[in-house]
Design a protein around this ligand. Structure first.
Ligand SMILES: [Mg+2]
Length: 374
């Protein structure tokens, strides 16, 4: 069996409504980079990655087309470790992280889809088969919302069967954040999980002052309280503060996760197959976390990550993210009584309505996009 064709496609997908966090500002759309692999005997696999706004989208798609596709043609798609290492080392000098690993992520996910489909197994069972579901939480991107709007959003999550909630924080005023968190805790009652996400905005000292003020609200975690590059700072927030830390959506290799976990900087490692090196890398991070008695959570693309968390014994919460492609999915993610259920279709089971999304497809070879300033 040999890989005969690899197609790379770029889409600019509008969000249902603009979203805001403490560091990225207002976001109205995201870039979706899709990889479709076909073998000489007609087997197929599909994977994707995404980026915030239009930044990086054309570069990731071009990197896949120019630098990764030539490495894949003629290869056996079932040898995923061989192909992953071939791509990693081909890109290593200019890569290791950033755009290179985003491209690798989309290819790797397509390879796992193809291999599970060949085995006629759903991905969650093919990867380990611990359970067929993961506890879901609603990840609001709601920095600009008023308290009544936050409560409306929370009610919407509850109505959708979600029982755990996260809001964006990161203001200068800790008192103002306390007011917002207190309102949601009162609305939810004492038993439901509530988290906050700083999106790296605060210094270590500020984060420590904040978590001490937040202790009475019984938060399940504080996410990205400071930059992921400051492992010692994250460790201090973990050790000196009363609230566990979640971080990882900006860690882009198994080595970066190993450092953060082994040095005590995180209670809930937060992995993302779209920016970490795909399913191959996420499963390795899951096993590192397991050895350190940590439960893994995931960032975004819930329709894919549900199968990864369902596969492992040390699953924490599945984020239901606002950057979603639900409008273009043939099968919606099933959520019931607080849990999201992995697809039982062969592979990851995520099927995109290509005709419906086609109006958002863009040619990427000749496009130039300027990065916004934060
Ligand atoms: Mg986050």
């Amino acid at each position: 069996m040999k890989i005969e064709k690899v197609e790379t496609e770029l889409y600019h997908v509008p969000l249902a409504k603009p979203v805001v966090d403490a560091i990225h500002g207002v976001q109205r759309e995201f870039s979706l980079i899709v990889v479709k692999i076909t073998t000489d005997d007609g087997a197929t696999g599909m994977g994707y990655t995404y980026s915030v706004g239009k930044v990086g989208g054309t570069s990731i798609a071009t990197l896949v087309k120019d630098n990764l596709v030539p490495l894949l043609i003629g290869e056996d798609p079932r040898r995923i470790e061989h192909l992953w290492n071939k791509m990693w080392w081909a890109l290593h000098y200019v890569g290791r992280s950033g755009i290179a690993v985003f491209g690798l992520s989309a290819v790797d996910t397509a390879l796992w889809d193809l291999k599970a489909r060949l085995a006629d197994e759903p991905l969650w069972r093919f990867l380990g088969g611990h359970d067929n579901k993961a506890e879901a939480y609603g990840g609001g991107i709601d920095f600009d919302m008023t308290i009544p709007q936050l409560l409306d959003q929370t009610q919407g999550f509850l109505d959708a069967g979600i029982r755990a909630i996260k809001i964006k924080i990161g203001r200068d005023s800790i008192a103002e954040e306390c007011e917002r968190i207190a309102a949601i805790r009162e609305f939810l009652g004492p038993d439901k999980k509530l988290m906050v996400d700083v999106n790296m905005k605060w210094s270590v000292e500020k984060a420590l002052r904040a978590v001490r003020a937040f202790e009475k609200y019984d938060l399940h975690w504080i996410e990205e309280p400071t930059i992921p590059d400051d492992i010692e700072g994250n460790r201090r927030i973990e050790m000196e503060g009363p609230i566990p830390v979640a971080t990882g959506e900006n860690l882009h290799s198994i080595y970066e996760f190993k450092e953060m976990i082994s040095r005590g900087g995180v209670s809930f490692p937060d992995a993302d197959i779209s920016n970490l090196g795909g399913i191959t890398a996420l499963m390795k991070v899951a096993h590192i976390a397991e050895a350190y008695n940590r439960n893994l959570t995931t960032h975004g693309i819930q329709e894919m990550h549900v199968s990864c968390l369902a596969a492992i014994p040390n699953a924490s919460l599945l984020e239901i993210h606002a950057f979603r492609i639900d409008d273009f999915l043939i099968h919606q993610l099933e959520i019931k009584d607080g849990y999201a259920y992995a697809s039982d279709r062969p592979g990851h089971g995520v099927e995109i309505d290509w005709e419906k999304i086609s109006c958002h497809r863009v040619a990427f070879s000749d496009e130039c996009v300027l990065a916004p300033t934060y």
